[in-house]
Design a protein around this ligand. Structure first.
Ligand SMILES: [Zn+2]
Ligand SMILES: [Zn+2]
Ligand SMILES: [Zn+2]
Length: 648
C-alpha cells in the first residue's frame, strides 16, 4: 500500500558530502580557542575554491561558484590556479573583511603581458556549501515521499501470521470502516484488529472530512477570495483551510511529477528564451503571540521584503519555477548548534554552511581568550540574534542563493541546446546565470540580454509612448521607401541601422593582436515599446560580437519580459495570500501572528497557481487559444482542476 506525503523536513532530499572532514573538525576544535579569528580563518581561505558534491537522482554533482563572473574576462568561470612564474601569483584573490562580504577578485595578467589585460573583476564570494543546502531545500519542498505502509495483522504468536487480507481474506473478519474510512480487519485466530488506510481515490473522496470541497476550494484560492470568506463559503474552519491548501499542494506536486518533470525529461529544445524576474511582497514580521512590545523591537526587522524568483519561457509563457527566498524549516536553535559544531563564527561567510541566512548564518559565541571581539560586542550581537526569535519562524534566504539553486534546478529540468536569458538589471540574477551557465556561455551556447522597463509609467503614458514610437517607425520606413509585412520586420531593419553606430561593448586589441571586449553601459531603445509598460531599454551582456548587425537586430527585436510579467500580474490579481495582512494595533501592545504570515503557505499557493496557470489557463495569440503547457508542447489538452485533483 503506497500513498504520498509531503517530504518531511527532518529528512534530507539529497545527501550533501560534508566539506568538513572529521580531521578538519578536530583541528577546528583545537585551534578555535588558541588562534585569533583572523588566523583561524586564514588557514582555511583556500577552501573557498573547493567544490561541494552531492547526489541527486542517482548522479553525483559537483558545484563550485567562486570564480570570475564576467563573461568578457578571460578568467570567466575558470578555477583558482597558481602560476609557475616568479612570485607564483594566483588567478584570484579574496578581499573583504570579516564583518562584511568577501569578494573574489581577478588578479592582473602576469603570465603573458602581450595578451589581453585582465580587468579588475570583482564578485561576491559564495559559500558553495550553502548553495548545496539551498538546492536541497528547493528539492525537498517540491517533493513527495512515497510512504509504504507495512501492516502487521497479527499478535506476536499467531499461527496464521503469514496471512494478510490480500492473500487469504477468509482468515479475517471485516469489521467495517472507521471514521477516516479505513477498512478494519480482524484476524479470526488471534483477534487482532488492524485498520488499513484506503487507497488514494477512496482517500480523496472520504478520508478527509468534506473533501468534496477541494475543487471549489481551488477555485476560490486562485480567484483572490480572502481566507475568511473562503471559510464562510465552504463552511470550514480556518485550520481546515490550511489542511486543504496542503492537500491541494500535494495534488499539484503529483500532477507536476507526471505532466512536467517526466514530460520535460523526454523533450529536447533547440533554443529556449528564459525570462526571469523577482516579485517582492512584504512579510509582516509581527511579534509572536505573547511577545510584548516592551521587550524591544528590532525595527529594521519588522517589515522584511520577501522575494519570489520565477522564470518563464518567453514564447509559451510556461513558468518553470517560482521560488520563495525563505526557509520556514530552519530554526535559530539549528543555527546555534551548527555554529557550536563547526566553529564557523570565526570563519568568513564563504566557508559557512548557513551563509545563505546572512547575518543569522552563525550565532554569536562567547569570545575566546584570543578573540578580537570584545565581551560588549558579543552581548550586543547576542541581543540582536535573540530578538529574531520574537518574530515569524524561519529565516530569509539571500536572493543569490535561492537564485543559483533556482537556475541550477531549471538546468536539470529542461534540456536545451541554446539558452537565452532575459532579466532586468539585477546583480543576484546576473551572478546566478553567469555562474550556473558558465560552460554554455563560454562556448556561446548561452546569451544574456537585459530588458529594462520604466516601472513608473501609467497605462495611459505607456500607450501614448507606444503609439508615438510606432508612428515614428512608420515615418522612418516611408522616408526610406521600405515596404514591410509587419512591424517586427520593420523594427529589425531599424535596429540594424541603429546598431551600425551603436556599441554595447568596446572593442580593443591587445599587443599580441588578440581582440577583446569591455562591457559598456550603453543601452538601446527597442523600436516597439510595450503597449502597457512603455519603452524598453535593451543591453547585451555576453559576447555576441561575432554576429552581423542584422543577426543581432533580429535577436534584439525578440527581447521582452512579457512572459514573466504576465505571470506576476496573475499572481497579484489572483492570490490574496501574498497580500499584506491587516494588523490591528491592540491596546495591550500585542499583535497576533496569523497563519497566512507563514511563508510556507505563500510558497504552496504560488506553486498551485503556477500549475493552474501552466496547464489550465489559456491565452490567445496568433488565433490560437492554448495553455502555456500546450504551447511548450508538453500537453495536448487544457486541463481542469478535476484532472489535477483526481488525477484523471
Ligand atoms: Zn575576471
Ligand atoms: Zn492472527
Ligand atoms: Zn569569537
Amino acid at each position: 500500500m503506497i500513498y504520498k506525503e509531503l517530504f518531511p523536513s527532518n529528512l534530507r532530499s539529497i545527501e550533501i558530502d560534508s566539506p568538513v572532514s572529521d580531521d578538519e573538525l578536530k583541528s577546528r576544535n583545537l585551534e578555535y580557542d588558541n588562534l585569533t579569528p583572523k588566523k583561524f580563518n586564514t588557514l582555511r581561505t583556500k577552501n573557498a575554491f573547493k567544490s561541494v558534491t552531492f547526489k541527486y537522482k542517482g548522479i553525483i554533482h559537483e558545484i563550485q561558484f567562486n570564480a570570475c563572473t564576467n563573461p568578457l574576462c578571460k578568467n570567466y568561470g575558470l578555477p583558482q590556479e597558481r602560476f609557475e612564474i616568479k612570485s607564483k601569483p594566483y588567478r584570484y584573490k579574496i578581499s573583504g573583511s570579516s564583518r562584511d562580504a568577501h569578494f573574489i577578485n581577478c588578479n592582473p595578467e602576469r603570465v603573458d603581458l602581450t595578451s589581453p589585460p585582465i580587468d579588475k573583476c570583482s564578485t561576491t564570494a559564495i559559500s558553495n556549501w550553502s548553495v548545496a543546502e539551498e538546492i536541497e531545500r528547493l528539492i525537498r519542498i517540491n517533493s513527495l515521499l512515497p510512504v509504504t505502509k507495512e501492516y502487521d495483522f497479527h499478535k506476536p504468536v499467531c499461527p496464521n501470521e503469514h496471512h494478510t487480507p490480500k492473500s487469504n481474506l477468509n482468515a479475517f473478519y471485516k469489521r467495517g470502516k472507521n471514521s477516516a474510512n479505513s477498512q478494519r480487519y480482524q484476524c479470526k485466530t488471534c483477534k487482532k484488529i488492524t485498520s488499513v488506510l484506503p487507497n488514494k481515490n477512496e482517500n480523496l473522496k472520504f478520508n478527509q472530512k468534506r473533501n468534496e470541497v477541494l475543487p471549489t476550494f481551488a477555485k476560490l484560492l486562485v480567484n483572490k477570495v480572502p481566507i475568511n470568506r473562503a471559510c464562510e463559503i465552504l463552511e470550514i474552519a480556518k485550520g481546515t483551510y490550511y489542511q486543504k491548501l496542503e492537500w491541494l499542494y500535494r495534488c499539484c506536486l503529483e500532477f507536476l511529477e507526471t505532466h512536467e518533470t517526466k514530460k520535460l525529461a523526454k523533450t529536447e529544445f533547440p533554443e529556449m528564451w528564459i525570462t526571469t524576474d523577482k516579485l517582492h511582497y512584504v512579510l509582516n514580521n509581527v511579534l509572536k503571540k505573547g511577545r510584548g512590545r516592551n521587550r524591544g523591537t528590532a525595527i529594521e526587522d519588522k517589515q522584511l521584503p520577501t522575494y519570489i524568483v520565477a522564470s518563464a519561457d518567453k514564447d509559451s509563457r510556461y513558468v518553470f519555477r517560482s521560488d520563495l527566498c525563505f526557509d520556514w524549516d530552519i530554526s535559530l536553535e539549528d543555527i546555534v548548534s551548527n555554529t557550536k559544531i563547526y566553529k564557523d563564527d570565526h570563519l568568513a561567510g564563504y566557508l559557512r554552511r548557513y551563509e545563505r541566512f546572512g547575518r543569522y548564518g552563525v550565532s554569536p559565541i562567547v569570545p575566546t581568550l584570543n578573540d578580537t571581539q570584545t565581551r560588549a560586542e558579543y552581548m550586543k550581537d547576542l541581543e540582536q540574534f535573540d530578538l529574531r526569535s520574537n518574530f515569524v519562524d524561519g529565516l530569509h534566504v539571500g536572493q543569490t542563493y535561492t537564485s543559483i539553486a533556482h537556475f541550477w534546478l531549471i538546468k536539470k529540468l529542461v534540456k536545451v541546446k541554446k539558452w537565452r536569458f532575459i532579466s532586468d538589471e539585477d546583480d543576484s540574477l546576473k551572478k546566478s546565470i553567469f555562474s550556473v551557465f558558465k560552460e554554455e556561455i563560454k562556448i556561446k551556447n548561452g546569451h544574456y540580454f537585459l530588458c529594462l522597463t520604466d516601472k513608473n509609467l501609467t497605462r495611459k503614458q505607456a500607450k501614448d509612448l507606444y503609439l508615438q514610437s510606432i508612428s515614428e517607425l512608420k515615418h522612418w520606413a516611408k522616408a526610406k521607401g521600405y515596404t514591410y509585412r509587419n512591424l517586427e520586420e520593420l523594427a529589425v531593419w531599424y535596429l540594424e541601422e541603429e546598431l551600425k553606430k551603436h556599441q554595447f561593448q568596446e572593442r580593443n586589441v591587445a599587443p599580441n593582436s588578440e581582440i577583446y571586449y569591455k562591457q559598456l553601459r550603453n543601452r538601446i531603445d527597442h523600436p516597439i515599446p510595450s503597449k502597457d509598460r512603455g519603452n524598453r531599454k535593451l543591453d547585451v551582456i555576453t559576447d555576441l560580437n561575432h554576429l552581423t548587425e542584422y543577426q543581432l537586430a533580429s535577436a534584439l527585436v525578440r527581447v521582452n519580459d512579457n512572459a514573466i510579467n504576465a505571470f506576476f500580474q496573475t499572481v497579484r490579481r489572483r492570490l490574496s495570500i501574498l497580500e499584506r495582512p491587516l494588523v490591528t494595533a491592540r491596546g495591550d501592545g500585542k499583535s497576533y501572528i496569523y497563519a497566512n504570515f507563514n511563508p510556507k503557505y505563500s510558497q504552496m499557493a504560488i506553486t498551485i497557481l503556477r500549475t493552474y496557470y501552466n496547464f489550465c489557463l489559456t491565452f490567445k495569440t496568433n488565433g490560437k487559444n492554448q495553455t502555456p503547457a500546450q504551447r511548450l508542447g508538453i500537453a495536448s489538452k487544457v486541463y481542469s482542476w478535476g484532472d489535477i485533483i483526481y488525477k484523471r
